[in-house]
Design a protein around this ligand. Structure first.
Ligand code: UD1
Length: 429
């Protein structure tokens, strides 16, 4: 087991290259099951969530090989099982995408429910209802979700709540269903559009992704393709906030600025300078911040996955800032760690009130989940003195080479081996 040691106070400066999007990769890799063919996927982030998904597909019989660090070739011709056991799914929340993908491929899926989680109850009722509307019979037994149909039939599916995962899972199941599926009140996140583009490259007919209504005309056959994953919106946002929080000057490269508008807008409101280029953003900050209120919402609102990182910056903003969490019921657990670093925050349910303090002070803290872990890094970089972050296995799930990337920007951060080896399974984002 390792922890991070961060000596705070260095301004970040220079350039950082953003990797491929985690949340797109963990949807696109299972989507390869829909074609009995070879797919080459480029710009794959080198993170443990991806290795986990790759391992699951390999165990199911797919032939998966890395062409290079960021390019995967997946041959799914050899997959002949629709059963995925708990040992395979327990470490990865996104393993539930295997239900949609296997239903699409075999009209059958038996997949163990993903493991526990860190920011409240994470139901999958909308996924299940979607499968049922497509004609699948479902039940849950012994921790496994069972879904089966003679064939799937397109249907009109209205989502009671905007859900990224349910939108993706229904898309995966519907692309080979007979007839037309219409998903209304669909999620509009960048990785929904990326998945739709990937499915269309495989011969699917998906239109409207990125809007509230997605229309899918089922096709009977899909084929392999070569596809490059979009840059990671949240990784980019994390470096943007880290640059700002340390009073830095950083060019965040290989991004789609449109995906980052809500984050740029809030940084600008706080007094940070953001300059937009075609595929990069320059963040310049003097380390002084105005207060600002944030409400997280589905895309194009401010992303919940950027809430902890941005909240860290608000701990030292001038005045009182209010952060309202509009997606998850319980996403302020990490605030306990910030209090230990000297922040002044009151939490009441899904609202947190930040009274800006002069500075944070280094302390031993832990990563409660993936994005909370990223927030602890930012807090450590800003703080006076030394911060040690434990449970970094969460951060490893979603940020490629982050220690190296932060060091390249001038941060004093390194990994340190710790003796206690009571490793616990981590499930996040
Ligand atoms: C995805 C992201 C996660 C992010 C979240 C919201 C991945 C792998 N993970 O998670 O990092 O925080 O989107 O942007 O892409 N809900 C239901 N019933 C359902 C499904 C969801 O009530 O069947 C609720 C959830 O409890 C939550 C809200 O809907 O309150 C949004 O969840 P959802 O968009 O589905 O999140 P995930 O896809 O799990």
């Amino acid at each position: 087991m390792e922890k991070l040691v961060i000596h705070g106070g260095n301004r970040l400066s220079g350039e950082v290259e953003i990797s491929g999007a985690k949340n797109a990769a963990v949807a696109i890799i299972p989507a390869t099951l829909l074609a009995q063919d070879v797919c080459r996927i480029e710009n794959i982030p080198n993170i443990s969530d991806v290795s986990c998904m790759v391992r699951i597909l390999s165990q199911m019989g797919a032939q998966v090989k890395y062409i290079n660090k960021h390019t995967l070739e997946i041959n799914t011709k050899t997959v002949n099982s629709y059963i995925v056991h708990h040992e395979m799914t327990k470490q990865l929340r996104a393993s539930y995408y295997l239900i949609g993908a296997l239903l699409g491929r075999f009209c059958r899926a038996k997949v163990a429910l993903p493991g526990g989680c860190n920011f409240g109850v994470r139901p999958i009722d909308l996924h299940i209802r979607g499968f049922e509307l497509l004609g699948a019979r479902t039940n849950s037994e012994g921790g496994m979700i069972n879904a089966a149909a003679d064939h799937l039939t397109g249907s009109a599916i209205y989502m009671d709540k905007v859900s990224v995962g349910a939108t993706i899972n229904i898309m995966l199941a519907a692309v080979k269903a007979r007839g037309l599926t219409i998903i209304e009140n669909a999620a509009k996140e960048p990785h929904i559009v990326d998945l739709a583009n990937f499915l269309n490259s495989m011969g699917a007919d998906v239109r409207g992704a990125g809007t509230d209504v997605i229309k899918i005309h089922g096709v009977s056959e899909m084929h392999g393709c070569t596809y490059s994953i979009i840059p990671d919106q949240i990784e980019a946002g994390t470096y943007m906030v880290a640059a700002a929080a340390t009073g830095g000057d950083v060019l965040v490269k290989n991004v789609i600025p449109k995906h980052l508008e809500s984050i740029s807008a809030k940084l600008i409101e706080c007094g940070v300078r953001v300059t937009e280029y075609d595929d990069a953003l320059r963040i310049q900050s003097d380390g002084k911040f105005r207060k600002c209120n944030i409400k997280t919402m589905p895309h194009p609102g401010f992303p919940t996955d950027m809430q902890p990182q941005m909240a860290v910056l608000l701990t030292v903003a001038n005045g009182t800032s209010i952060v309202s969490e509009g997606v998850w019921d319980n996403r302020f657990k990490y605030i306990e760690q910030l209090l230990r670093m000297g922040a002044n925050v009151q939490v009441d349910g899904t609202i947190a009130v930040f009274q800006g303090v002069e500075e944070l002070m280094g302390a031993p803290v832990r990563a409660d989940d993936l994005r909370a872990g990223a927030a602890m890094i930012i807090a450590g970089l800003m703080a006076r003195g030394t911060t040690e972050v434990e449970d970094i296995v969460y951060i490893d799930r979603g940020y490629e080479d982050y220690v190296e990337k932060f060091r390249e920007l001038g941060a004093d951060i390194y990994r340190k081996q710790i003796r206690d080896d009571s490793a616990k399974p981590a499930t996040a984002g």
